[in-house]
Structure formats: C-alpha cells, structure tokens
Design a protein around this ligand. Structure first.
Ligand SMILES: Nc1nc2c(c(=O)[nH]1)N[C@H]1C(S)=C(S)[C@@H](COP(=O)(O)OP(=O)(O)OC[C@H]3O[C@@H](n4cnc5c(=O)[nH]c(N)nc54)[C@H](O)[C@@H]3O)O[C@H]1N2
Ligand SMILES: Nc1nc2c(c(=O)[nH]1)N[C@H]1C(S)=C(S)[C@@H](COP(=O)(O)OP(=O)(O)OC[C@H]3O[C@@H](n4cnc5c(=O)[nH]c(N)nc54)[C@H](O)[C@@H]3O)O[C@H]1N2
Ligand SMILES: [Mo]
Length: 764
C-alpha cells in the first residue's frame, strides 16, 4: 500500500514569472507522470491525449484545432498532469479502508487523499460504523435505490454532477432524476459560469459562447478578462499567439500580473523553446477586483460620446436598429456613470482607459473572453450584461472574428448542460424528453448547489448522490456544508479518486468507483466511446485506451443505468439494460430529444466531430422579443470597510480545482506551501503586518458568524491595494453560504471581505 506523506510546509518565495509555458513546463508534467506510473503508461497516455482517435483531455474545455491542424502533442503541462493523475498506478484497496477510520481520513489533506491513487471497489459505511467496508455492486445499488424509494418525495433527493461527466452519462442521469420525479440536478456550473449563462440567456437568448477558434485567430482585438490562461487554459495561449501573428491585439484585465498574460513560450515550437517567446498582452489593466462593471460602463459611455462627436462613425446602427431592443434606455442610462466612480472602482487611470478606447475604435472585430474573475462576484451577472452591451454597440455579435467567449472550466461542463443537467431546463426540453420516453417530467424547478446545501441543512433533502466532483470542497461555507451533508440519510459518490467528500458521510455512505476518461470501456456489445462538447460547442468522441484501474470498476453509464433499474423497476419505455450495453442507443435517444443532435451517431463518427450551431452567429436571438437586449446596469462596486481586504480565492498552478497536485504555484513564485495570502506591501504597512507573518483570515459578513481560516503566511505581492488572494479550497470556509451573485446564485468566491488577525492557533 502506498503511504504518501504531506510535503512539509516550507514556504519559499521567488519573484513572479513574466512568461508561461516553455520547456520546464513539459518537464514538470512528465516528472509528475513518472511519479504516478510507469514509463510505458506515461507514453501511452500522452500519445493519446486529444488525438482524433484517442481520448479528450479531461482537463479544461478549451477546444482542439481541427484534426489536420493538431500537434502531435496537443496537450499542455497541466492537462498532462491531470491525465497522469488519473492514469496513476497507485490503488486504494479494501485494506486501505480497514487501516484508516473515516475520522482519520477526514483529518487528512486534500493532497494526501488524492495521492492515495485510484478507487478500486465499491465501499459502504453502515450506520454507526467508523470504517468503510467492501460491498458488492448489487447490494450497493440496491441500498441506494431502497433509500430513494423510501423518501417522502422525490424532491428529497439530490443528484450533483461535475463537468467531468460525459454526454451519455449526463443524459441518462437527468433522465433518471426526472423519471424518478425531481429536477434537483445541482452541478458545478452553479459555482462556475452560471453568471455567464444567466447574463447571456437574458441578453442574447442562449447561454453559450459564440466564437470558434478561427474567430479567435482572426480577431482584431481580444479582451482576456478575469482569467488566468497560463495556468487554467494553457492551450488558449497558442491561439492568442496566432491572433497576434495575424496582427490582432490583446488587452488583459486582471488584478494580478499573471505570467501567461504577459509572455508566452510555445512548448512545441523551437522558437518557443529558445526565443523570448511572444508578448501576449499589448495592454495590461491591473484592475481592482470587482471593477470590471465600471470599466465596461466607462468604455460604453466613451463610445456613445464618440458617436455623438462623429455621428455614424462609431456605432453599428444597422445592427442596433435591426437586431436589438432597449438601446435608447441603455444610452440614457450610460451617461450617468461618473469618472470618479469609475476610477475608484477600477483603480485605473483615465489615460489607461482612454488608450483601450482608442484600440476599440481602431478594431472592427472584437472578442471578449472571460472566466471566474467576472462570474464569482455579487454583481457578476450585470458585469457580463455590460460586456454584451459593449460588444453590441459596434455590432461585434454574429460576425466572423467577433463575439462572446466565456471560457469554460471542466472539459464537458458545457455538454452536461446541453444534455439536460440543469435544475431549470426549459419546458420544450422536458416535453421532448417526456414524449420520447412516455412519462411526464416534473416541471417544478429543482435545487441548484447553494439551495441543495440549504435543503440538506434544513432536513428537506435526505439522499445525496454526487456523480464526479468533490461537493464538500467545491462549495462555500465548508463547515455549514459538511454539517448539512452529515444530516443526510445517505450520501453516495461515483468517483475515480478519493476526496474529502467521501469522508463527510450521511448515516449510510457509499463510494462507487468508476472508469476515468483514459480507461478502456468494454460493455456487452464491445468497446464503447463517449462524447463531450468543448467550450466552443464542438462535439466529439473520446475513447479510453488504458487498462482500467481495477476489474471491479463500472462505467458511469453502467452505474446510472443499473441504479435507475433498481429504483424505477423495468419499464419497457426506458431500456436501461440496452443503454448500458450499447452507448450508441443512448446517442440515438439524444438525437431525438436534444436540439441539433440529429444523426448524432453518424456525425460524431467523423474525425473531430461536429459543431453545434449557435443562432447568435446568424443574428437570430431566441429571446422573448426575438431581438438581442441592451440592459441598464446600476453602477456598483465591492465596498470594503477600513482595516479589511477584499479576498479572491483562486487556483494555483499545481491543482485541479479541489485537488492540489503539489504545493507549488511556480508562476507566482510560491513554493512548498498553499496556506499563503498574497497582500499588497502598502496594505501590510497599514495593517502593521510584515511579509511572512502568520495570520488567520477572518471573514466579515452581516450574519455575525465568525468564519476563520487559520494560520496562513503573508506574502507581499503586487495585488491591487485593498485586495488579497489565496488558494481555493482551503479558503472556502470563509465564503458565507448566503453570499451569492444576484440572479445566478453563484457563490462570491472572488469577493470575500476579510480581516487578517495574528495567528492564534498553529495548525501545524
Ligand atoms: N490547471 C488547471 N486548469 C483548470 C482548472 C484547474 O483547477 N487547474 N480549473 C478549471 C475550471 S473548472 C475553471 S472554471 C477554469 C477557471 O479558470 P480561471 O477563471 O482562470 O481560474 P481562477 O484561478 O479562479 O482565476 C481567476 C482569475 O481571475 C482574476 N480575477 C479575480 N478577480 C477578478 C476581478 O474582479 N476582475 C478581473 N478582471 N479579474 C479577476 C484572478 O486574478 C485570476 O487570474 O479553469 C479550468 N482549468
Ligand atoms: N472558493 C472557491 N470555490 C470554488 C471555485 C473557486 O474559484 N473558488 N471554483 C468553482 C468551480 S469554477 C468549479 S467548476 C467547482 C469544481 O467542483 P467539482 O467539479 O465538484 O470538483 P473537482 O475538484 O473538479 O472534482 C474532483 C473529483 O472528481 C472526481 N473525478 C475526476 N474524474 C472523474 C471521472 O472521470 N468520473 C467521475 N465519476 N469522477 C471523477 C475525483 O474523485 C476527484 O476527486 O469548484 C467551485 N468552487
Ligand atoms: Mo469551473
């Protein structure tokens, strides 16, 4: 049995890097893989990632170029680490669970739990037990089905998913939940791009991005806002390099001078290895956190003023008049934003914003890309609506080289939504589903992630099934969430690797181990493949190539199909057994229920798959009025009381969401520690703190509850005055459950008001 110790917390700090990727990055990935598995498995894995006949990188959702244009190595350092983490040769066996009690496991770090390796057989924690013990698949699924059937109402069950899930399993899961009688399908999107979906659905009529890789390559001007691509979407940097080669410009908007935004060295080109790399950002705006609404309001006001000075020269009147509503109200409202407010909210100078404005005037084709820096604020939805206003003013919607680009996180998070994983699917989808399978899906909206926690806390939800993901670490207010989970009658997780959610148990708990993306999947009719949809709506196949981590694993499709049969009984109208044995039959059903999936099996067999149409690209806007909508958004910005800082919780370079792979954040110069808080030197002086002091982070929220993350080391860092940054998930304990974005209900993970207190308890 492998026993991996936590690396000792031994912080060292070097200056932040000015460039991302390059040779060291690839070497780091291969090193990580060799720590996890053999040379042969490493080679096999890396040769198959993102190749037309291989498997989709289970890392981020950035698209691959067309099959003919792909590199031999179409993956990045972090994708490679991610795959290696799944392909690991380490195993968690029944012996392991005999050795460690659940209490002991709950005391281990996220890093340690993940490093134990792949889960290998189903396990159960029975009422009152201190340990997990082995259980057969039949008994395990029977137990779960029994608890589900005994609920007073189907709405007492929760079916959480993470964006790792493939299309086929996602479709079956939502079918099962709805045939069972509930729309309770919380998912990781609720904590991720929900604000993007809410804003775009209202203004453009569809919650997805509109641009393709070609658009990115051919844009005149790209904004990269609230996003750290060097770490989280490294392959995006190759695309931005291409934009620059074609003469396009990049404006980066971020509180932190992130390495990838500044310079990029392409790891797979000699130029990238030897040269200085490409300068990515033509202009970097070091914005105050939460200042983006003000920035886009200022740009919009300036565009309106420029049009007044030169009528007909600035705005795209043909687009505005022909395809939008609400312009006049918007234009009147936009005059009201004051420069004083803008400069306070953004921390930028007027000259900086004027320079951006000049770039905008000089560009015909503009794209705005964004991620968590916009979505996870209280005013995330109005901010993104204002981005849409900005693009619409000059007609940058629905033409080549222009558009909206919310850069998705998980590799199939967008596909899961397309397949119906959403607590509020539109009625026409529910109708199609009901028609196809001969039942009436429930119409009452279900619970999202935050509301799911409230329901467990209040005892109105009693069975939790997590399909992929790590619910208790991904969600806010960790102590509240864990207490809520413990109140459940049963908690179950379909997972590849051990994580903290397995250690926070209901009265009964199940671990249901499953195949990963890289594992070969053989069913009764032969070898299967699954499908995914990337951030730019390209749907394609993915085939695992490695020997499964254990003979006892079932695929997600198999687990969900068997659970559904056990819960609902055999109904001729939903042939669960057939679905399990031949995933092609699931795709046949998808093609009849989900719009734009006609001929799914045939089209996905083409190399590279197919791209779902986005009506916005034809300037068709499926809003109630049939037009795109200008919105009036009230100016707002985060208010931080004296002596406090606005904390953002973000990812290090060495983690995948809730799972740290190592203790380093190389590009930001942080080594061997994660409990660090980055603070501007001026604030340190004012707070009478010094670099490397030990502090507790204490969040201030109007409910008066004390939320404390103990014993962090302060690191002086060029973050804007008044703000701080620290890693997730260690800091989720600080995010109040009720502190959510308006409309989208997304936790405000990028805007937490905290104070720093000298550390009282040493955790180590
Ligand atoms: N290697 C790796 N890749 C990943 C992931 C991972 O954990 N590891 N996670 C995946 C997932 S699920 C997602 S959603 C994406 C996340 O991708 P990102 O959104 O890039 O992830 P974060 O680390 O949360 O970084 C947020 C960025 O926004 C900036 N920011 C914070 N607040 C503000 C603000 O108010 N305004 C502006 N303009 N910027 C702000 C931060 O400084 C930081 O650069 O990455 C995906 N890819
Ligand atoms: N404070 C704070 N909180 C955040 C964020 C933040 O920026 N700050 N970001 C939010 C965002 S954007 C997101 S997307 C969520 C992420 O939330 P989740 O998606 O819930 O979390 P992950 O860490 O991606 O889940 C990791 C686990 O997934 C399981 N897994 C991995 N691959 C597979 C697979 O192929 N099949 C199955 N069945 N299981 C698999 C493994 O057991 C692993 O332990 O966190 C959110 N929470
Ligand atoms: Mo995400």
């Amino acid at each position: 049995m492998s026993v991996i110790q936590d690396p000792s917390d031994d912080l060292s700090v070097t200056p932040p890097k000015r460039w991302a990727t390059g040779v060291p990055a690839v070497t780091h990935a291969i090193e990580y893989s060799l720590e996890q598995t053999s040379v042969r498995r490493t080679a096999l894995t890396l040769l198959n990632v993102n190749q037309a006949k291989g498997f989709d990188c289970p890392g981020c959702a950035w698209p691959e170029p067309g099959p003919g244009e792909r590199h031999r190595n179409e993956y990045c350092e972090n994708g490679a680490k991610h795959v290696a983490d799944e392909a690991t040769s380490r195993r968690v066996t029944a012996d392991f669970f005999r050795r460690y009690s659940i209490g002991e496991l709950a005391g281990k770090s996220d890093y340690w739990l993940n490093q134990q390796g792949r889960l290998t057989e189903p396990m159960v924690k029975r009422p009152g037990a201190t340990h997990y013990e082995p259980i057969g698949w039949d008994e395990a699924l029977g137990l779960l089905a029994g608890e589900l059937r005994e609920l007073d109402s189907p709405d007492e069950a929760l079916f959480y998913t993470s964006g790792r899930l493939n299309n086929e399993a996602a479709f079956l899961l939502q079918l099962f939940a709805r045939a069972f009688g509930t729309n309770n399908l919380p998912d990781c999107s609720n904590m991720c791009h929900e604000s993007s979906g809410s804003a775009m659905q209202e203004t453009l009529g569809i919650g997805k991005g509109s641009v393709s890789l070609d658009d990115i390559h051919n844009a005149d001007l790209i904004f990269v806002v609230g996003q750290n691509p060097g770490t989280n979407h490294p392959r995006m940097l190759s695309a931005l390099e291409e934009t620059k080669r074609n003469g396009g410009q990049i404006v980066a908007v971020n509180p932190l001078p992130e390495a990838g935004l500044i310079r990029f060295k392409h790891p797979q080109k000699p130029r990238g290895v030897l040269g200085r790399g490409t300068q990515i950002a033509d202009q970097f705006l070091q914005i105050r956190p939460g200042g983006d609404l003000a920035l886009f309001q200022a740009l919009n006001r300036m565009l309106l003023e420029a049009e007044e000075a030169a009528p007909g020269a600035v705005l795209d009147r043909a687009f505005i008049d022909g395809f939008t509503t609400g312009f006049d109200d918007f234009a009147a409202h936009a005059q009201k934003v004051s420069w004083d407010d803008v400069l306070t909210a953004t921390g930028l100078t007027r000259e900086e914003i004027e320079r951006v404005h000049d770039r905008v005037l000089g560009s015909r084709k503009i794209i705005v890309c964004w991620a968590m820096g916009l979505t996870q604020h209280k005013h995330g939805v109005p901010t993104i609506r204002e981005v849409v206003n900005f693009l619409m003013l000059r007609g940058n919607i629905g033409r080549p080289g222009a558009g909206v680009c919310p850069v998705r996180g998980h590799s199939n998070v967008q596909g899961d939504r397309t397949m119906g994983v959403w607590e509020r699917m539109p009625q026409r989808f529910l109708d199609a589903l009901g028609r196809e399978f001969g039942f009436t899906p429930p119409t009452r909206h279900g619970l999202d992630s935050v509301n799911a926690i409230r329901a467990m806390r209040d005892g109105t939800a009693r069975v939790f099934l997590g399909v992929a993901g790590n619910f208790v670490r991904a969600t806010p207010d960790s102590l509240v969430t864990e207490e809520a989970m413990r109140r459940c009658r049963l908690t179950a997780h379909i997972s590849t690797k051990l994580n903290r959610s397995h250690t926070v148990c209901g009265e009964v708990a199940l671990i249901l181990p499953t195949l990963g993306r890289s594992d070969r999947d053989v069913q009764a009719t032969g070898e299967q493949f699954i499908t995914v949809e990337d951030s730019m709506s390209q749907v394609h196949a993915s085939r695992g190539r490695l020997a499964p981590a254990s003979p006892h694993l079932l695929s997600e499709v198999a687990i969900i199909s068997r659970l559904a049969r056990r819960t609902l009984g055999d109904e001729p109208s939903i042939p669960w057994e057939e679905f399990e044995s031949d995933y092609g039959t699931v795709r046949d059903r998808i093609s009849r229920v989900v719009p734009d999936f006609e001929d799914f099996n045939a089209r996905v067999a083409e190399p590279g798959g197919f791209r779902l149409p986005n009506p916005v690209n034809r300037r068709v806007f499926p809003t109630p009025s049939g037009k795109a909508v200008f919105t009036c958004n009230e100016f707002t910005m985060p208010r931080v009381p004296d002596g406090h800082l606005l904390l953002q919780t973000l990812r290090s370079h060495d983690q995948w969401n809730t799972v740290p792979y190592a203790m380093n954040d190389r590009y930001r110069g942080i080594h061997n520690a994660r409990r660090v808080v980055l603070v501007n030197p001026a604030d340190l002086g004012a707070l009478e703190l010094a670099d490397r002091d030990r502090v507790d982070l204490v969040s201030s929220w109007h409910d008066g509850v004390e939320r404390r993350a103990a014993d962090f080391t302060v690191v002086a860092y060029p973050t804007p005055p008044g703000s701080a940054a620290s890693y997730y998930p260690e800091t989720n304990v600080l995010v109040p459950l009720d502190s959510v974005a308006d409309i989208s209900n997304t936790p405000t993970s990028k805007g937490v008001v905290v104070r720093l207190e000298p550390a009282v308890v040493r955790e180590r």
